[in-house]
Design a binder for this molecule. Structure first.
Ligand code: DP6
Length: 348
């Protein structure tokens, strides 16, 4: 018999950025962060997990990512396997009638409906789907918050992809990371008009990975200390209030300021890290021009650890925002719009 479970997980794009670890082993952050989950019909990872006594034990655990074999020996992936197996093993210990799945090799097949190389938060959706597929296969009675604790160990931003809508990852205070989990700030239906325009400024793989980039920032940037002590706590509070009140002016300003603050700490890293390129800066200028023409904030840019821009706007302003971007769109490698997404996986 082959046991199998499939699930999907969405992409999330932070509006208050996670940047910095206080514990690299447990993947605990130096600050809380907040993101918007994008619709799974626009961007998602689909993962199938299977296990069977028929799979040769010598094969070990394996992952096929977009059709190519992918390494699963990394410490982060191993931590996720270990956490999930331990939970399954305790279910099996409590109920001997359950099949012993925890000791069988796992096969994972994972596929993105967007280019992985473009650096579009693929690790977030990837680890979220990975964890949920195995949790479903093992029939673990785990809440999304408990799964977020496991996904966090795979990739920090992944813990936010276990929820739909507007999601916070609370940094937590415990040394073992037990309180460093994600929770939903608001359902997608609370503010469903939110849209994201994704501009692929370069489909080339990014230079400095977020994992190593943030470690260099923590070690060398003075500005970073200010960011985690005062800037982020203020941005988190303002952002939660803006979402509660559906206030796009504040949502937009905090989103842009937080992205600028994060990239400023990258420039303050020694040696400096530059993620944005000329196309990124052109996108910032285009957003400024759109907002100036509208006489209010109708568009807000944000950049992760790469040159691609994500521009948030409300559905009613689609024409003003996406229409005005056409001259910038000529210079990009690709673009896509996405709606905000709910928690429900596309596949049960
Ligand atoms: C800039 O979650 O990719 O996108 O925990 O080392 O896997 P690891 O880092 P990762 O970092 C994401 C950084 C960011 C901001 C964010 O998504 O909050």
């Amino acid at each position: 018999k082959v046991y199998r479970a499939s699930t999907t997980a969405p992409v999330n794009i932070a509006v208050v950025k996670y940047w910095g670890k206080r514990d690299t082993k447990l993947n605990l952050p130096t600050n809380s962060s907040l993101s918007v989950t994008l619709s799974q019909s626009d961007l998602r990872t689909l993962t199938t997990a299977s296990c069977s006594a028929l799979f040769p034990a010598s094969e070990g655990d394996s992952l096929l990512l977009n059709g190519a074999p992918s390494d699963v020996s990394g410490a982060r992936t191993q931590a996720c396997f270990r956490e999930l197996r331990a939970r399954r093993a305790s279910l099996e210990a409590a109920d001997p009638s359950l099949p012993k799945l925890s000791t069988l090799p796992l096969r994972l097949v994972s596929e993105n409906n967007f280019p992985t190389a473009a650096g579009l938060a693929s690790s977030a959706a990837g680890f979220a789907a990975f964890v949920r597929a195995i949790a479903d296969l093992y029939e673990l009675p785990a809440s999304p918050s408990e799964l977020s604790l496991i996904a966090r160990q795979g990739s920090g931003s992944a813990c936010r992809s276990l929820f739909g809508g507007y999601v916070a990852w609370r940094m937590g205070a415990q040394e073992n990371g037990g309180d460093s989990t994600a929770d939903q700030v608001a359902e997608a239906s609370h503010w469903p008009e939110m849209r994201a325009l994704i501009l692929v400024a370069s489909a080339a793989k990014k230079g400095v990975s977020s994992t190593s980039g943030m470690q260099q920032t923590v070690a060398t940037s003075g500005l970073f200390k200010e960011r985690i002590a005062t800037v982020v706590p203020a941005n988190m509070a303002a952002m939660e209030k803006a979402i509660a009140e559906r206030d796009f002016e504040v949502f937009g300003e905090v989103t842009m300021r937080d992205s600028n603050s994060f990239h400023a700490t990258c420039a303050d890293t020694y040696p400096p890290i530059f993620y944005m390129n000329d196309v990124s800066r052109a996108a910032i200028r285009a957003v400024e021009a759109i907002n100036a023409a509208a006489g209010r904030t109708v568009a807000a840019y944000t950049f992760d650890a790469g040159p691609n821009a994500v521009v948030y706007y409300l559905e009613k302003d689609t024409e003003a925002v996406v229409g005005s971007f056409y001259h910038v769109l000529g210079g990009v490698d690709g673009w896509k719009t996405a709606a905000i997404g709910g928690l429900k996986p596309l596949l049960a």
